[in-house]
Write a protein that binds this ligand. Structure first.
Ligand SMILES: Cc1cc2nc3c(=O)[nH]c(=O)nc-3n(C[C@H](O)[C@H](O)[C@H](O)COP(=O)(O)O)c2cc1C
Length: 325
């Protein structure tokens, strides 16, 4: 059973027909469909002044500026999950988001409820590294709230004008991310013999110790051992499994498709990476009309996880579950 969570999505773009807000809407839709209490707050039309740096809100828990920030900060305090949606401005989060985060200073050292933090970004450029500094800025904030961690990110690149995001695969990612919030914890003892359980718990501890999405180094160029198909769109994506490991994958989307597609997750045998035959199978299946994902398993290739090149049946099974989600 999934526990019902309070999910707060803060859309920070003031832009009409905002691209990042479309990601926020999809995240909310996914979370609501998964049975959570999902609420979106848009900063459009809100009045949020700059933090004046007096620090009094930290001791009094009261705000010295009477504007729209206190109500939003209260909602942040009570939420179990917070997703920030932001346009990329000069390779960073937008100023509105930074101002809100600063104004949320009263949460510091409080009994805040939030644990899972997400970031949804949109930018004109397409390269996977474009949102890096925005993610890193948010990680700085998360570091000050040690009970929380970065649980996921979605990036929609190549969108400039309002509404450009229509049909972008990142919308599906945002929806799936919202839908996969708080999967039930695994009962590892029931699934594994004691030694495997100990290994997995150790790996979980190691990977959760950093408490952030691992910074993966992803290649933007086509680096496969097979040629790119003209019938299929390709996108690099990342996601986390329930062991806290971030996986890197290639999403293959048929260029002509209906709104609903059957999806297939593909990965190779131990040591294989998605640039090889699993990617080729995934691309070919996408040519046949399936939405496919070829991923590097935990500890392998561009995916995260320590120690490297570890074999675990259970974690590999979980990788497939996470890829399917
Ligand atoms: C002030 C400003 C700075 C921007 N800086 C970048 C940038 O550094 N890189 C980029 O790819 N796009 C940049 N953009 C483009 C926006 O990220 C892009 O239009 C995005 O889709 C806007 O999202 P929104 O519709 O949710 O506001 C910038 C736009 C503005 C207005």
């Amino acid at each position: 059973m999934t526990t019902k969570k309070k999910v707060l999505v803060i859309s920070t773009s003031l832009h009409a027909h905002s691209n990042s807000e479309a990601l926020a809407d999809e995240f909310v839709r996914g979370a609501a469909e998964a049975g959570h209490d999902a609420l979106k707050i848009s900063l459009r039309g809100k009045k949020i002044g700059f933090c004046v740096g007096c620090l009094s809100c930290q001791s009094t828990r009261r705000f010295v500026i009477a504007d729209d920030a206190p109500a939003i900060v209260d909602a942040m305090h009570d939420a179990d999950v917070i997703a920030f949606a932001t346009p990329i401005y000069y390779y960073e989060m937008c100023g509105q988001m930074k101002t809100l985060i600063d104004r949320a200073n009263s949460l510091y050292d409080s009994d805040y409820h939030f644990r899972d933090i997400y970031i949804l970004t949109a930018a004109a450029e397409e390269e996977a590294g474009v949102p890096e500094r925005a993610v890193s800025g948010l990680e700085g904030w998360i570091e000050c709230y040690p009970k929380s961690h970065l649980a996921g990110q979605v990036f929609a690149g190549g969108v400039t004008n309002g509404g450009d995001i229509a049909g972008h695969p990142a919308l599906i990612e945002a929806y799936n991310m919202g839908k996969s919030i708080e999967k039930p914890p695994m009962n590892t003892k029931l699934l594994m013999p004691a030694t495997a359980a100990a290994l997995s718990m150790n790996i979980m501890a190691q990977n959760n110790k950093t408490a952030t999405l691992e910074p993966l180094t992803l290649t933007a160029e086509w680096d496969k051992t097979f040629p790119k198909s003209d019938l299929v769109n390709h996108e690099k994506v990342t996601f986390t499994n329930r062991f806290g490991i971030t996986l890197a994958a290639d999403l293959y989307i048929p260029k002509t498709h209906n709104a609903k597609m059957a999806a297939i997750a593909v990965s190779g045998p131990f040591g294989a990476v998605k640039e090889q035959s699993s990617g080729l199978y995934a691309q070919h299946l996408a040519e046949e009309g399936f939405l496919t994902i070829a991923f590097d398993p935990s500890f392998t290739g561009e995916s995260g996880g320590m120690p490297r090149y570890t074999a675990s049946m259970d974690i590999n099974t979980e990788d497939f579950c996470a890829a399917g989600d």
